[in-house]
Write a protein that binds this ligand. Sequence first.
Ligand code: PRP
Ligand code: URA
Length: 209
Amino acid sequence: MSTVHVIDHPLIQHKLTLMRNKETGCKDFRDLLEEISTLMAYEVTRNLPLEEIEIETPICKCKSKVITGKKLGIVPILRAGLGMVDGIVRLVPAAKVGHIGLYRDPQTLKPVEYYCKLPPDVEERELIIVDPMLATGGSSTAAIQFLKDRGCSSIKLMCLIGAPEGIRAVQEIHPDVDIYIAAIDERLNEHSYIVPGLGDAGDRLFGTK
Ligand code: PRP
Ligand code: URA
């Protein structure tokens, strides 16, 4: 069974409250999502392996640590996942970014794929899929499967808010994928929106409603 890491740092919780507020406009929503993504990236990358290299400070030669091992890949689920990319890449500028376009069909609630562009060596990378909302889990489980079908084996999922249903779905279908999340909300409503949630993340991010 995969692990669910709830990242409940006070700075993240404070910023998330601002994002949930319906009075928060597009620009602030975008800035807050980017800031929270940077803070969450600090935890998601906590276990990256290190190696010692020799360097020379102005004082003397010494051994010091640098990140080693697999290269990173960030994979936003379009559209709303885009809002989390810059906040992570700021911390790990060498990461490559792949895009998966999925939207949730409003009738069937099933994810529909419309775009995919991944780094050519994607299967060799340690991947972090990003999407602010984990509702039924349909989009995230499909994106994970999509990457596994392309040979990827090292995958983490980073979301802002999850419903218990979505978390269960990821854990059942992909028990090897750890979830990093800022809040687990109460439930889904009759339209499969997260309650209390923050509404439609893509629309609030891009001002499309
Ligand atoms: C939202 C959200 C997730 C998905 C979550 O995207 O960003 O991708 O819904 O719901 P699920 O867990 O039930 O699949 P949406 O389909 O609204 O597309 P958008 O980002 O383009 O607005
Ligand atoms: N997608 C969103 O953007 N918000 C929800 O609450 C559920 C799915």
